[in-house]
Structure formats: structure tokens, C-alpha cells
Write a protein that binds this ligand. Structure first.
Ligand SMILES: *Cc1c(COP(=O)(O)O)cnc(C)c1O
Length: 388
């Protein structure tokens, strides 16, 4: 019965680094210059071209990219930033890190992204910015987002960590908007090992981002330096820059392949899967989303931990989950958040699982994942039925 466990391990994410990129990294390592240098400069130039000529600065993580975006926007003590409770905890941690207050708005149960009606309802005189997340690469309604920001005079810091290659009305995420942050962490569609970049409009803010990136150091006067803001150590190395250059060369193929895999997931699950299993598939958006993650919401017949364990033990498939509701973590409970504040986030946060989706994955892998999901959910439904 348990023949599928003889198949190789199928993870939910796996980076693809080609031989040319590995060779380019070797060249950097042999060159005598491995910190920020020509490769980082070239990578920033390539990203800038990709985002329609906008300014781009790279950093050593998506998390510090967002922190610097907040600092550049002058957000700190006494300010409120509205964000989603369903994201990696980095999104709201950076708000606390700069001394501001995270204010959560519940998610839309269909898109699983922040609900823009609830964003509007959460605005107070202290609100300074909105920080949306494009979960799994699916953008929010960008027209509406920027209309709300304009109406209330708010900055927008886009946590576009998952959305490189996503679009809105044919325009790339990052090619428009206010401060847009991407991550190149190992599981993202494009990686530099760890890393991130900020896309921005204002050359003064780009200069400030450079200062925060490197200890607040600025050149002043002839041959002199000064330190006039409190910066950190957030620069990207040329090793990472070389990986990024090699990865970006393939961005169109990566996005196209992920869209094709997502289509194949829908086709293989078939139109009766949701009704038969009680599970919920993601929004079938093959236009805007880069399909960073393929996530389903489990039915109440099985606990997430049991589903994950059975997928691994019986089918040798690694399932991820993204994410637990942030407001229920201890740090946030200490700040006054409790259960039942954001019911959609709590239900979906408990029941979402991430199925395999990566560039080197095949349509046969999709079929294997779907067969395994269906088998595990069928068995759980039978067991639940027998107990009634
Ligand atoms: C990956 C990710 C981050 C953090 O990026 P790092 O590069 O790991 O610091 C933040 N937000 C979201 C939504 C992410 O997916």
C-alpha cells in the first residue's frame, strides 16, 4: 500500500542555482573582493532596469529592508502602522523594532491578504503607514490600496517579499508604488542565499537608506567621513550579488514555470475536489500572482500537524505552513492581543498548508502531491465519518 514512500523526498520549496551562477560565485571568491562591490552594483542596476528604472538598494535580508524602509519614511515612536496578522512575523516585528505600534487588520478569507475595508476602519490620527503583504505572491487591489493611502496621507511600505515577478494590471509589483521591499531568502522565487532589496522613488530617501545600511556613515568634506544617524550593518556581499545576477537572468522562466505548475494543480485537483474534501484551493489568478506558494486550507476533519505528519510519513512529501497568526505569539499577547480579534486570520492561520512548488518541480510531482493530499484527506473523512 505504502509504495509512494519509496519515491524521493518532495519538499515544498527548493532553490535552483545553475552552474553558471556557481562559477560566478567562484570567481568572486577568487577575486580578492568579496564584500559589497561591483557585483552588488551590477545587481542593483539589473533590478532597477527590471523595475522600470526606479531606484533600488540591496540589503542582507528582507527583514532589514523593511526596517530601513520604515526608518527612511521617518516612522518611529508614537506612530501606528497597519498590517496583516497573516505573514511571517518579520512584517510586524520591524514595526516594533523602529519603536512604532503594529495595528492589525483582519484578512479577506478569499484572497487571504489584508482586507482593505478593515484597513480603512483601523486608521486613526496616529496612523502613518500601511504595510500590506502579498501572500503567496497574490497582490491586494493596488488601485484601492493607493487610493486609501492618498486619501489619508499615509506612506505605503509594501512587504512584497513573496511577490517578485507578480504584476498588477500588467505592471510589475515594484515598478510603481511608494516603498517596496523584496526578499531573496533561500525559499523565495529568486534567492541570494539571504538578502533583500528596496525599490523607491526619492533620491534623498535612497541616500538615507544607504546610510542606514552602513552604520550611518556619510562622506562630508574633503576626504572626511561623518556619522550622523544610527545605522546598522545591512549591506549585501558580492558573493550574494553574483548569485542574484545569475538568478535574475532566469526570472521570466521561473515565473512562467510556477504559473504552469499552479494551473496543473488546479487541473489535477479537478472541479469536484473542494466539494468532495471540504478543503479550499487558492484564488486561481494566473495573471497577477507569481505563485510563490501554492496553499490550500484544510477541512476540519484533520488537524494540520496530523496532515503534515501523514504527508511526510506515508508519501515522503514535505509540507510547509505560512503562517501562524502573528497576534497570538507570546510577544504580541503581551502587547494586549488575544483570541477572537481577527477571526479569519485565526481560522485560516490554523488550517493553511503549503504544497510543493519550486522551479525544478515537474507536472508529475504535482500529480504525486495531489494524489497524496487526496488520499490523506479521504482517509481523514472516512475516520471522521466512522466516529459519528
Ligand atoms: C520571507 C519573508 C520575509 C522576510 O524576509 P527575510 O529575507 O527572510 O528577512 C518577510 N515577509 C514575508 C511575507 C516573507 O515571505
Amino acid at each position: 500500500m505504502n509504495t509512494s514512500s519509496a519515491l524521493p523526498f518532495l519538499p515544498f520549496a527548493r532553490p535552483s542555482i545553475d552552474e553558471a551562477t556557481i562559477a560566478a560565485v567562484g570567481e568572486v571568491l577568487r577575486s580578492g573582493w568579496i564584500t559589497s562591490g561591483p557585483k552588488v552594483q551590477a545587481f542593483e542596476a539589473l533590478l532597477s532596469a527590471y523595475f522600470g528604472g526606479r531606484l533600488v538598494r540591496t540589503f542582507n535580508s528582507g527583514t532589514c529592508t523593511m526596517e530601513i524602509a520604515l526608518r527612511v519614511a521617518g516612522i518611529g515612536e508614537g506612530d501606528e502602522v497597519i498590517t496583516t496578522p497573516i505573514s511571517w512575523v518579520a512584517t510586524s516585528n520591524v514595526i516594533i523594532e523602529v519603536g512604532a505600534t503594529p495595528v492589525f487588520a483582519d484578512i479577506d478569507p478569499v484572497t487571504r491578504n489584508i482586507d482593505l475595508d478593515k484597513v480603512e476602519a483601523a486608521i486613526t490620527p496616529r496612523t502613518r503607514a500601511i504595510m500590506p503583504v502579498y501572500l503567496s505572491g497574490l497582490p491586494v487591489d493596488m488601485d484601492r490600496l493607493y487610493a486609501i493611502a492618498k486619501k489619508h496621507n499615509l506612506r505605503v511600505i509594501e512587504d512584497a517579499a513573496q511577490a517578485l515577478g507578480s504584476t498588477w494590471n500588467g505592471k510589475r509589483i515594484g515598478s510603481f508604488g511608494d516603498l517596496v521591499s523584496f526578499s531573496f531568502q533561500a525559499n523565495k522565487n529568486i534567492t541570494t542565499g539571504e538578502g533583500g532589496c528596496l525599490v523607491l522613488n526619492n533620491p534623498e530617501e535612497a541616500k538615507l537608506a544607504e546610510k542606514y545600511r552602513l552604520q550611518g556613515i556619510t562622506r562630508s568634506g574633503f576626504d572626511g567621513i561623518d556619522c550622523d544617524v544610527l545605522g546598522g550593518k545591512y549591506n549585501m556581499s558580492d558573493i550574494m550579488g553574483a548569485i542574484g545576477l545569475g538568478q535574475m537572468a532566469n526570472i521570466e522562466a521561473v515565473t512562467a514555470h510556477r504559473k504552469a505548475l499552479a494551473r496543473h494543480y488546479f487541473k489535477t485537483f479537478g472541479s469536484s475536489f473542494e466539494a468532495a474534501s471540504g478543503a479550499q484551493l487558492p484564488v486561481a489568478d494566473f495573471e497577477n500572482s507569481n505563485w510563490h506558494l501554492f496553499q490550500i486550507i484544510l477541512p476540519p476533519t484533520i488537524a494540520r500537524a496530523d496532515f503534515m505528519a501523514q504527508m511526510l510519513e506515508q508519501h515522503n512529501i514535505g509540507i510547509g505552513y505560512h503562517y501562524s497568526p502573528i497576534h497570538l505569539f507570546s510577544l504580541y499577547r503581551k502587547r494586549g492581543f488575544t483570541e477572537n480579534m481577527f477571526p479569519h486570520a485565526e481560522r485560516i492561520g490554523r488550517r493553511t498548508v503549503t504544497l510543493p512548488m519550486f522551479y525544478s518541480m515537474t507536472t508529475a510531482d504535482v500529480e504525486r502531491a495531489v494524489a497524496a493530499v487526496t488520499a490523506v484527506l479521504d482517509a481523514a473523512a472516512k475516520k471522521a465519518g466512522a466516529q459519528q
